[in-house]
Design a protein around this ligand. Sequence first.
Ligand code: AMP
Ligand code: MG
Length: 405
Amino acid sequence: MPTFEEARRIILDRVAPLGVERVSILDALGRVIADDVTAPWDMPLCDNSAMDGFAVRAADCVSLPATLKVTGYIPAGGEVTGPVIRGCAIRIMTGAPVPPGCDAVVPIEETDDNGDSVTLKEPVKPRQHIRFRGEDVATGALIIPAGTLIRPPEISMLASFGKAIVPVYRKARVAILSTGDELIELGEPPVPGKIVNSNTLSLAAAVRECGAEPVSLGIARDDRDSHREKMIEGLKADAFITSAGVSAGDRDLVRDVLAELGVEQVFWRVDIKPGGPTAFAMFGEKPVFSLPGNPVSTMITFEEFARPAILKMMGHRRVLKPFVKAFLKEDAKKKPGKVNFLRVRIEVENGRYTASTSGDQNTGILRTMIRANGLAVLPRDATFVAAGTEVDVHLVGSDVEMLEG
Ligand code: AMP
Ligand code: MG
């Protein structure tokens, strides 16, 4: 049985980025770029004004006040009509190309604008308020390295260089199969002894949150034929996740039928709680995650094992969520031998993070998952973790208050 850390390592070592596709620029948001992008031209493409004001020769503005004749006007997007000649200035707007002869721009606020002439009152430094050709990015410079996550700033850069189509790692299609005779679909009336198949939906939501594409296969009943039929479909996706039927009961058929279909088990059981019965297997290059059926276990094992793998398949380099160090607010008791994930609420108190249990930690209790914004990791061999102990807390969701700097 691998340890939690080993299990994660084994999974991440087995999966590799999927292929590359070319998408239109806005669809690249949240994806990982697959090739280096270099600048095909200088940015800016010409020396231009950083202010609304007057293009001048700094040498004409040495003794102040200096009055210069205004000989032209270059609006933003306008063209240069002629040079700045001695004793003269050209009215210029932000972004407009600076005319020849000019070596400085004087902001309009620092002048007396008389229409045909302008009087300068402040000292003028050569090069002031000019954005020089290539000062942001020079032709050929690497602007976005392969492996970068595309956010709005990367979109801005790509757009600035005319990159309408962007090579990104492909989205993973992740098949999801729930198993169990007790399951009914959402919308069917509740009956004692039956439960709504919520795992398909929580997993589909989690898959979508990773930026991947869920493919829901519905429910396999607790017989081999039903498992086989659905699993054949599931194995066509890039990754396959099953829920339930992975413990040691006689109706727990998932691992057996997967094996029959040629899926190679890599491990079964991990030293964690909840989520102990998790199995991981490979079908060729495709990972197969068999997660326990308890909704809390399903979500936690997805979070800790499946999510990083799916992100890696989509080219992400940072696949583990950030974690924080927090001080436990209550004592926690546990059995030795398993890493425990405690559902907690992280708060900021006196400039540090604290973690208080979100309530009943029984695996069957879903409501305490709702209140939790973190999973506190209690060490394998501990039997008692006293209040005040600092522990790692994996963040789940984003409603975590930031520590003030
Ligand atoms: P199993 O591992 O098959 O024994 O399933 C463990 C428990 O998880 C079951 O008793 C159900 O209560 C619950 N469960 C299994 N599958 C689902 C599902 N798709 N949606 C919600 N709960 C489930
Ligand atoms: Mg079952």
